[in-house]
Ligand binder design. Structure first.
Ligand code: NAD
Length: 473
């Protein structure tokens, strides 16, 4: 019998009102895995009611107390990382290194916002003698956190830590394909001292559990990461803007003013874009703009390097069957349009990898900018290269996309790198490998989302400013 996971509501397991459970699958083997509760509107109702009850007392606590609790949740994630990683592995097939990195970052989100919270406050406004005017940072109340399947625990923590820090309660709705780690996180948080009702998890599909949660009048704000279509739907439905997280992305690497060392690092970054989570990362730098003079050399080096990547060791499978079919569909469409990859372009058909949803690392070189593979988010282990001549052409190509989440520029000429970084329409730009971390605000321009996650900016997304003015006369 498969293990069954119930909802987590009000600090305890709750069976789904409809009595049904959904299957999950290990994408590395296609073997059936645990089952999760198939949530529906009555389950959402209970979870929101529980959050509404718990939130005011949490918001009244001094920031230092909330901070202590968040620190303890960070410690609990670290101490129980093995269990969390195993739950995540079972429904994503991720590699051990990928799982470890995500678990470490998950703990770090709680520690970061525990610290930021203690240094955060309002301000006083000088209106002359006889008046005392100041601002307070206040929570919204109940936040809905709707998260996708690519980095399940990590993306839950990215939203939950600042939301709880700001004094909100949360109802989380993880992806129906990857819910177990978020459920276990909620259990660990309760054991670490988070009061019951502050973090509830309702599992189930988007239409059956996500939609009633997003529409619930008790929910004051939504944080969402996933597809552009769902993000738009949720944004349209709310009185307040939803935050379609980092829905959809486009990203560029533009080596220019070439030095050997920059080329080495740019090639390594391109290979990492394929290997990291098998390209299922919204910030993967997978659309490569390469100066014509070095284009063929860079492509040859990338092809050589990705040829050495081993499925199951260096990169994992595609997490959902839909996404697996979608990536293969992109290959079919490219073939029909006369494009041939220089490497890859198919799923594995022999060996252990053929049992799972593994796709060969794939490179399309010298692709026309209008080709769908150069314009759409492929969300798989696929790189697309386009040559350019001169800075203006690089910039025009980089900005010729509906998306704008993350870009990376590689150049031996630092001034040129910064000039490009300032003119690229993206929420984050790394120049010559500059780190983008929890401290750096993350979010998209154009179709890549509203609002910011990470950094101090994310805390502001989960609180609102109140001005209070007192006459002393
Ligand atoms: P999705 O938008 O359907 O799902 C994301 C989350 O939203 C899930 O929890 C889902 O259950 C929920 N959801 C779906 N419909 C909903 C609705 N009507 N109301 C409320 N919640 C709803 O995304 P997907 O199908 O998982 O992936 C589709 C595409 O999105 C992928 O091919 C990829 O290109 C992109 N994607 C992006 C990210 C990212 O981090 N930017 C992550 C996953 C997928």
């Amino acid at each position: 019998m498969p293990v069954r996971h119930d909802h987590w509501i009000g600090g305890k397991d709750e069976r789904p009102a409809g009595g049904a459970y959904l299957p999950t699958v290990d994408p590395a083997t296609r073997e059936p895995g645990d089952e999760i509760a198939a949530g529906s509107a009555p389950d959402v109702e209970r979870a929101v009611a529980s959050a509404v009850r718990a939130q005011p007392e949490w918001a009244r606590r001094p920031g230092a107390e909330r901070s202590e609790t968040l620190h303890r949740i960070g410690d609990a994630i670290e101490a129980n990382a093995g269990e969390l990683m195993e739950l995540e592995r079972a429904c994503t097939g991720k590699t051990p290194a990928q799982l470890r990195m995500e678990a470490d970052m998950s703990a770090a989100y709680f520690r970061y916002y525990a610290g930021v919270l203690r240094a955060h406050g309002g301000r006083t406004i000088d209106q002359g003698a006889g008046h005392h005017t100041y601002t307070r940072f206040e929570p919204y109340g109940v936040i809905a956190a709707i998260t996708p399947w690519n980095l399940p625990l990590n993306q839950a923590c990215r939203a939950l830590a600042p939301a709880l820090a700001a004094g909100n309660a949360v109802v989380a709705k993880p992806s129906e394909f990857t819910s177990a780690s978020t459920l276990h996180l909620a259990r660990l948080a309760a054991a670490a001292g988070l009061p019951d009702g502050l973090l509830n998890v309702v599992t189930g599909t988007g239409p059956d559990a996500g939609a009633p949660l997003a529409a619930h009048p008790g929910v004051r704000r939504i944080t969402f990461t996933g597809s552009v279509a769902t993000g738009r739907r949720l944004a349209g439905r709310r009185r307040r803007p939803a935050r379609p997280g980092d829905a959809g992305a486009r990203r560029q690497v533009a080596p220019g003013g070439v030095r050997r060392r920059d080329l080495d690092r740019a090639v390594a970054a391109a290979v990492a874009a394929v290997a990291t989570n098998a390209g299922q990362v919204c910030s993967a730098t997978a659309r490569l703009l390469i100066e014509s003079s070095v284009h063929d050399e860079v492509v040859a080096r990338i092809v050589d390097a990705v040829g050495g990547l081993e499925p199951g060791t260096d990169f994992g499978p595609i997490i959902t069957e839909d996404q697996f079919r979608k990536v293969l569909g992109h290959f079919d469409a490219a073939r029909a349009a006369g494009l041939t990859p220089v490497t890859g372009g198919s799923a594995y058909t022999d060996g252990a990898a053929a049992r799972g949803r593994y796709i060969r690392p794939t490179v399309y070189a010298g692709v026309p900018p209008s080709a769908p593979v150069a314009r759409e988010e492929l969300f798989g282990p696929v790189l697309v290269t386009m040559p350019f001549t001169g800075e203006d052409e690089a910039l025009a190509r980089a900005n010729d996309t509906d998306y704008g989440l993350v870009a990376a520029v590689w150049s031996g000429d630092v001034a040129r790198g910064l000039r490009l970084a300032e003119r690229i329409d993206a929420g984050q730009v790394s120049v010559n490998g500059g780190p983008l971390t929890i401290e750096t605000p993350f979010g998209g321009f154009k179709d890549s989302g509203h609002g910011r996650e990470k950094g101090i900016e994310a805390l502001h997304e989960y609180g609102q400013t109140k001005a209070i003015s007192l006459s002393l006369g």
